[in-house]
Write a protein that binds this ligand. Structure first.
Ligand SMILES: *[C@@H]1O[C@H](CO)[C@@H](O)[C@H](O)[C@H]1NC(C)=O
Ligand SMILES: *[C@@H]1O[C@H](CO)[C@@H](O)[C@H](O)[C@H]1NC(C)=O
Ligand SMILES: *[C@@H]1O[C@H](CO)[C@@H](O)[C@H](O)[C@H]1NC(C)=O
Ligand SMILES: *[C@@H]1O[C@H](CO)[C@@H](O)[C@H](O)[C@H]1NC(C)=O
Length: 408
């Protein structure tokens, strides 16, 4: 009786963290429509102080999500005119088109309008952060997160909050608190499952238990040409909808919040008429300050980029991602120490590391697969991520495989 042999492969992807470029070089690739603007702090504000308006920001480059698992995280905040009430909310959108023309404000959140709401040829998936209860769409309350497919009647929704990792209890969050929060969207192409979590921005990784988990094959919507966008709208009560950072990490789980503290958003602006002078002065100061900061960050980024470039060139001129020795990655992550762990999720663990020699900061994803399916999935992942060049995606530096033969 011979014990069944099971081959476990350890697959390691080395991904370069490009947090700086995500945060500070995000200008220019989002096309702003309607009321959306950038403020002096580099935040995108999707709505202004006008009632019944909407804003959109769409990435001008499509991303291929065909047969991919992915994870997208972003930070947002909603600052309302009134403490207790606001309208109407915002949404993160996957679309086959680069914009959503003809969208309406108010309950349509700048995504759909009265005519096309619910039409199956929209090909739009939206994660809504809804701050107004609309009976016509069966909204559960005025503070919820929902998954919308082609229309504003959510296929799944839940009151805003999260399940605490410590005790499993549900904790409420107020979307209009003006606090910066994180939304995580994870899709497993293999499990055909979409998880959505909301948590305070201070959390390094989102909670283990997602707020929403939808079991559905969404591969039709996550196609070769998918455009990512943000929308928001106001109704009769005004609110500013802020987007702070967006970090899609293809195939990776949750990116960390590094490089400093969570920003605080300014209070809702007072009436301009009597305060024009003060605001002008403040704006000037801000502009000077922003220029100062930008130049500082710019040069820091440049230096970083130069260092990283040396690493990239080594393999970029070759055929594709570089194969790393397991030992290199073992050393880079200090032996896959718990302390280096950035996140954990459906697809394995992600560790922070430093490549010896270059000092380049990297993220190492470690997954174990059963050999049969695992290898082809792994190859698909490296070849697709390896070819992707997108400012918002971590770059694939290389990979490593290690086979372990285990009794079991
Ligand atoms: C708000 O955005 C709209 C476009 O949707 C624009 O017409 C309006 O002038 C803006 N209002 C302010 C106060 O900037
Ligand atoms: C859905 O949209 C398509 C394309 O815009 C249009 O041809 C069709 O008539 C719409 N269907 C309904 C029921 O409105
Ligand atoms: C969370 O919010 C709901 C609805 O607003 C309320 O019924 C519930 O008591 C709140 N729970 C906690 C723990 O604050
Ligand atoms: C979704 O969440 C559940 C519960 O935590 C988890 O078991 C599953 O792996 C998650 N799926 C994805 C795609 O992250």
């Amino acid at each position: 009786m011979s014990p069944e042999l099971k081959i476990l492969q350890m697959h390691i992807l080395v991904l370069l963290l490009t947090l700086f470029s995500c945060t500070y070089n995000s200008h220019g690739k989002y096309i702003l429509e309607g009321s959306a603007v950038y403020d002096p702090n580099n935040y995108m504000i999707l709505t202004n102080t006008t009632k019944h308006s909407y804003g959109q920001a769409f990435n001008n480059v499509s991303t291929s999500y065909k047969n991919q698992s992915f994870s997208i995280n972003f930070l947002f905040g909603i600052v309302s005119e009134h403490k207790q009430q606001a309208s109407h909310g915002m949404a993160f959108v996957f679309s086959h088109t680069r914009s959503l023309p003809g969208a309406s404000s108010d309950q349509y959140l700048g995504i759909f309008n009265e005519r096309n709401n619910g039409n199956a040829s929209n090909n739009v998936i939206a994660i809504e952060l809804d701050i107004h209860k609309d009976e016509e769409f069966g909204d559960i309350d005025d503070n919820h997160v929902g998954i919308d497919i082609n229309g504003l009647t959510s296929v799944l929704s839940a009151p805003a909050g999260y399940y605490d990792d410590k005790d499993g209890n549900f904790r409420n969050l107020s979307l209009i608190s003006g606090k910066v929060m994180r939304l995580s969207i994870v899709y497993s192409h293999i499990d055909k499952q979409l998880n959505v979590s909301l948590c305070p921005a201070e959390f390094i990784v989102p909670p283990n238990k997602p707020l929403l988990s939808l079991n559905r094959d969404l591969s039709h919507y996550f196609s070769k040409e998918t455009y990512l966008g943000f929308t928001a709208s106001t109704g009769s009560i005004r609110a500013l909808h802020y987007m702070l950072i967006m970090q899609p990490f293809n195939g990776l789980t949750y990116p960390p919040m590094e490089f400093g503290v969570v920003p605080t958003l300014p209070p809702y602006p007072r009436k301009a008429s009597d305060r024009t002078r003060t605001i002008l002065a403040v704006c000037l100061t801000l502009a000077v300050f922003a220029a100062f900061i930008t130049s500082g960050i710019g040069s820091a980024f440049y230096l970083r980029h130069q260092k990283v470039k040396e690493v990239l060139e080594e393999w970029e001129i070759q055929y594709g991602p570089h194969r790393f020795a397991y030992k290199e990655l073992y050393n880079a992550t200090k032996g896959f120490k718990e302390k280096q762990l950035l996140g954990r999720g459906g697809f394995g663990q992600v560790y922070k590391g430093t490549l010896p020699g270059s000092n380049a900061e990297i993220a190492v994803k470690r997954t174990s697969h059963d050999s049969r399916q695992g290898m082809s999935e792994f190859l698909a992942e490296i070849t697709t991520i390896g070819r992707l060049r997108h400012k918002n995606l971590v770059k694939l530096l290389g990979y490593s495989t290690r086979m372990r033969i285990k009794n079991g």
